[in-house]
Write a protein that binds this ligand. Structure first.
Ligand code: G3H
Ligand code: 13P
Ligand code: ZN
Length: 349
């Protein structure tokens, strides 16, 4: 199957009432793990690359590896997504490469660290929407700021410092016409999210529900959604790792989000932990090994297991064959003639 528009993938998820995991990749083994899990569970999927990933793997390597996935798994709808684009230029370069979806994270300035103003965010996101929609490419925006920092990207601090204001979310969606909207409800990137198991009073699920009520047609996105399972932490630490005790986002909270408009769920850290634990185990227990295949194969299998579990928990499992792909050219026409309503319907305040 050709790569599909993320808009189509998320519209279908909204129809079916499920969420779609968006998994970060940096290399071939991670892409293979995701595709094996998608095949095993018959799931549509978003494969996403951060700026750091594009730099690490080099653009064309990563692009062609994801294209290879779409050739090898013609039955699986895949959206290729730029995660946390920091500028119009970053998003433009992804679109020109052939990505079918981009995130313009205008919640931060171009340095990827400093929170921006609402007006700056609207201006840069709208510019990306105009450029992307003319080419049939989906746009995710972000309003509110996540906590944590990954690979130099992020505002740092706890996820509760810049929780999304529902009024601003509605205004932002109206002014920009984004297809999907990442909101800040207390999650943060990376392994160190919470120092105890968070419940409904820590994660601002009420804010999420309020935003969904007022923006029923804008797909909501949960970033920083790794659950940081204890068993994965334990494997890393058992074989020489030094992770401090930490909690992630409980899957039940994500499922509550999915019942209230969350259609895209970003997961990276859980896969990093799974792979690292598997690699550590081989190198610790079999120190004579030096063929990378001896530790990359178990690492790939460990990631496949996590991704397949999340696909089942998010509800996308079983839905790969529900629909035929709409070409990106058709999607572009839909944006141009208004068939694809780019302005979300806003319920009365
Ligand atoms: O947004 C964070 C993702 O986990 C990607 O992280 O920027 O270290 O590649 P990265
Ligand atoms: P985690 O660090 O919780 O996996 O979040 C990943 C993410 O939000 C990527 O954009
Ligand atoms: Zn993120």
């Amino acid at each position: 199957m050709p790569l599909v528009s993320m808009r189509q993938l998320l519209d279908e998820a909204a129809k079916g009432g499920y969420g779609v995991g968006a998994f970060n990749v940096n290399d071939m083994e991670q892409i293979q793990a995701i595709m094996a899990a998608a095949k095993e569970t018959n799931s549509p999927v978003v494969i996403q690359a951060s700026r750091g990933a594009r730099a690490f793997a080099q653009d064309r390597f990563l692009f062609h590896l994801i294209l290879a996935a779409s050739e090898l798994y013609p039955e699986i709808p895949i959206a290729m997504h730029q995660d946390h684009g920091n500028s119009f230029e970053t998003c433009k370069s992804a679109i020109e490469l052939g990505y079918t979806s981009v995130m313009m994270d205008g919640s931060l300035k171009e340095d990827g660290k400093t929170p921006s103003s609402f007006e700056e965010n609207v201006a840069v996101t709208k510019k990306v929407v105009d450029f992307a929609h003319a080419r049939g490419v989906t746009v995710e925006g972000e309003i509110g700021v996540l906590g944590g920092i990954e690979d130099g990207h992020g505002a740092g601090g706890s996820g509760l410092e810049h929780v999304t204001d529902p009024d601003q979310a509605v205004e932002f969606a109206e002014l920009t016409g984004v297809d999907a909207l990442a909101i800040a409800i207390g999650t943060s990137h990376g392994a160190y999210k919470f120092s105890k198991k968070p419940d409904g009073s820590v994660l601002k699920m009420d804010v999420l529900i309020a935003i969904h009520k007022r923006l029923p047609n804008t797909h909501l996105v949960m970033h920083g959604s790794s659950s940081v399972p204890k068993d994965l932490q334990d494997i890393v630490n058992q074989y020489g790792g030094k992770l401090k005790e930490t909690w992630g986002v409980p899957v039940e909270e994500i499922q509550l989000g999915i019942r209230n408009g969350v259609r895209k769920i970003n997961v990276d850290t859980d896969n990093r932990l799974a792979m690292t634990g598997a690699i550590r185990k081989v190198l610790w227990t079999q120190p004579e090994k030096f063929d990378p295949r001896d530790y990359m194969k178990p690492a790939r299998e460990a990631m496949q297991k996590v991704v397949a579990l999340r696909m089942t928990q998010f509800g996308q499992a079983g839905h790969a064959g529900d629909y035929a792909p709409i070409s990106i050219a058709e999607i572009a026409k839909g944006y141009a003639d208004g068939t694809l309503t780019t302005q979300p319907l806003v319920a009365a305040k």
